[in-house]
Design a protein around this ligand. Structure first.
Ligand code: DGL
Length: 271
């Protein structure tokens, strides 16, 4: 078995896996959520790097040749170091990809005003990955950012439909949209946020588009596999799905089902 590995600090990456399963159902997948150590969003660069590397090594040990970091914080703070410094220790065919680059590649299809907002964790926003990557491809797009440190804890703790959550959603959205009237597109730069996309839309003027990453990343993965037949051949295709968490299996199965859109059985591991 050589499944495609999908990693997130917790539940958020399940919103990406959900789109992989819809778009590329024939492959085997293993999902790892590091729920015991989530959220990653306000952890240091070094800690996010160390945790993410441990997760990637574990997924490699399970037969994965391709691992997707379905977490913006890990993509922003750990992906480049892993690609440049760590991959060479493993056999040469292994690859780790993130979610920021695919999202950025698609952005010009959404914005007409060329003013784009990004919502993410403190780590993702402070890394400046979105403005840097967007401006590498489109130097005329102006990027505004705002970090929402309360959103992931509210989502991870199943409090995202409470009046308390609405307070923080509204407050953080105002802090982003007040930066420019011209902003017509907002990237949900955290894979947890699709769970509150309806609440976000509720508080936003209707002409502003909200971009969730799952379907974009799934499209780009399909494209990547087509352009890399040597990797495509290494990914096994028996339609198996394995779900693994570093914390309680019961909570992971119960809450994770809302993110994935279907129920599943999980197992616990220690990194
Ligand atoms: N889903 C993550 C992201 O996309 C997680 C955030 C966190 O653990 O704080 O950034």
């Amino acid at each position: 078995m050589n499944p495609i590995g999908v990693f997130d600090s917790g539940y958020g990456g399940l919103t990406v896996l959900r789109e992989f399963l819809a778009k590329l159902p024939e492959y085997d997948y293993i999902y790892l959520g590091d729920n015991a150590r989530a959220p990653y969003g306000n952890r240091s660069f070094h800690t996010v790097y160390e945790y993410t590397l441990q997760a990637v090594e574990w997924l490699f040990s399970q037969g994965c040749h391709l691992v997707i970091l379905a977490c913006n914080t890990a993509s922003a703070k750990a992906l480049r170091s892993i690609q440049q410094n760590d991959l060479q220790r493993f056999d040469s065919g292994r690859r780790v990809l993130g979610v920021i680059r695919p999202s950025v590649e698609a952005i010009h299809e959404y914005t007409s005003s060329r003013h784009v907002g990004v919502l993410g964790t403190i780590g993702t926003v402070l890394s400046n990955s979105y403005p840097l990557e967007i401006n590498k491809l489109h130097d005329d797009i102006v990027v505004y950012q705002h970090a929402c440190p309360m959103w992931v804890p509210l989502i991870e703790n199943d409090e995202y439909l409470s009046p308390g959550a609405d307070y923080f959603i509204q407050k953080d959205l105002n802090a982003l949209v007040s930066q420019s009237d011209e902003m017509d597109t907002i990237i949900l730069g955290c894979t947890h946020y699709p769970l509150i996309a309806d609440r976000i839309a509720h508080f936003l003027p209707s002409h502003k588009k909200i971009i969730s990453q799952g379907n974009i990343v799934a499209e780009k993965l399909a494209d990547y596999l087509q352009r890399h037949p040597e990797m495509e051949r290494k990914c096994s295709k028996n339609k198996t799905r394995r779900f693994v968490t570093t914390d309680s299996v019961e909570s992971f199965e119960l809450r994770g089902a809302k993110f994935l859109g279907e129920s599943f059985s999980a197992e616990q591991i220690h990194l």
